[in-house]
Design a protein around this ligand. Structure first.
Ligand code: ADP
Ligand code: MG
Length: 238
């Protein structure tokens, strides 16, 4: 079964067509990277999948269920943004537990999930700190933890490493890869960074101007770019 299916999806902002009749099938457990230059529609597409934007046309299925008009919270997705989006006044532990308490989970279950996420992401010693007392990398780990404790089917990442320096970026890249191997969840990951795409992805969708130029595994994209845009953007040998 496909984990996420996008069928004939279009999105217009007013009279401007931003996503143009996209069709994508993401396999269960796949790590799909949406790669393309700034302004090509990556975040817009991710926000459509998350339910944060109403689409103009088409349908979105998650785990076989048509979620096109479902609320974000009912889609079984967890989203990690570039800007962390943590609650500054709450400790890490509260940041992780907040949504679960709102959802009415029993306290013992909440504690179990937090302990599990803290172990996987190695943030146990940080649980009583506030976001201002964390480094950028630690904050991003907590942001991932917030999706993790919700036990979602699909993780959506929007340039989660773009605010970090090069060293942290490569460390967290390894960490995200490890997380994917461990959880085997479906992940859809937006970036404009070719190295990130090539190292993380099972498949890469290269986007330009609201269209998918090529959707293939990294080696194929690199060795057999379908057109000049893909070749030059990915940096394939001429
Ligand atoms: P990316 O994430 O690939 O950088 P975006 O999805 O953010 O690109 O944006 C795609 C296009 O849609 C851009 O041209 C952007 O200016 C436009 N856009 C994004 N959000 C809005 C909005 N709320 N209203 C109008 N245009 C928007
Ligand atoms: Mg973006």
């Amino acid at each position: 079964m496909h984990s996420v299916s996008i069928k004939d999806l279009s999105l217009n902002f007013g009279s401007i067509s931003v996503l143009k009749n996209l069709n994508i099938e993401v396999a269960d457990g796949e790590f799909l990277v949406l790669l393309g230059p700034s302004g090509c529609g990556k975040s817009t597409l991710l926000n459509c999948i998350a339910g944060l934007l109403d689409i103009s046309d088409g349908q979105i299925f998650i785990k076989g269920k048509n979620v096109t008009w479902e609320e974000p919270k009912d889609r079984g997705i967890g989203m990690v943004f570039q800007s962390y989006a943590l609650y500054p006044q709450m400790t890490v532990e509260k940041n992780l537990s907040f949504g679960l308490r709102v959802a009415g989970l029993p306290a013992a279950e909440i504690q179990n999930r937090i302990a599990h996420a803290a172990e996987i992401l190695q943030i146990g010693p940080l649980l009583q700190r506030k976001p201002a007392e964390l480094s950028g990398g630690q904050r991003q780990r907590v942001a991932i933890g917030r999706a993790l404790v919700r036990d979602v089917d699909v993780f959506l990442f929007d340039e989660p490493l773009s605010n970090l320096d090069a060293k942290l970026r490569s460390e967290l890249r390894v960490e995200i890869k490890r997380l994917h191997h461990k959880l085997a969840n479906t992940m859809i990951y937006v970036t404009h960074d070719q190295i990130e795409a090539l190292t993380l992805a099972d498949r890469i969708a290269v986007m330009k101007g609201g269209l998918i130029q090529q959707l293939d595994d990294p080696l194929t994209i690199y060795n057999k770019p379908r057109n000049l845009f893909v070749a030059s953007f990915i940096g394939s040998p001429a």
